[in-house]
Write a protein that binds this ligand. Sequence first.
Ligand SMILES: [Zn+2]
Length: 166
Amino acid sequence: MKLYLEILLPNNFNNKCYFLIIMTYEYFATSVHCIDGRIQLALAEWAQREGNLPGTVKHLDSITRPGVNKIVSENTNIESIKMAVCISIDGHNSEAVLVSGHHDCAGNTDDAGEKVSDSVQKDQIRKAVEVISSWKTPNGKSLSDLKVIGLWVAPNSEGKWIANTV
Ligand SMILES: [Zn+2]
């Protein structure tokens, strides 16, 4: 975490000088998302612009698997994903974990090999948030104490891929 002060000077008002001091900080966040190239920029843009995080996301650590929202929601064979998330949190003091799914995911299929619906995927994301929130890192941090946020990524009416909370 990097603390910095932003000082705007001077603001001359009624012949008196006022100083506006803004205190903020930059930090790491962690993103668990699909390998799909269409969603990478959308997730980075969401992290940069959203104000409900505790500061400014400077670095977004990325953990990728095809159809990862399905994998995490099923809560099986996820040790390597969990280990990567824990390294990001313990090693970088990451303060928020994003877990996402996206429209038209080639890695998220049902038993017949068909891509699952958007609504099923959004349920998987909500379940994945619960699973990740239950984790503890080797250094003893509870992820329930961090922000764990589920995101849905899909193209808007102009075809630009956008992330939004589910
Ligand atoms: Zn995908």
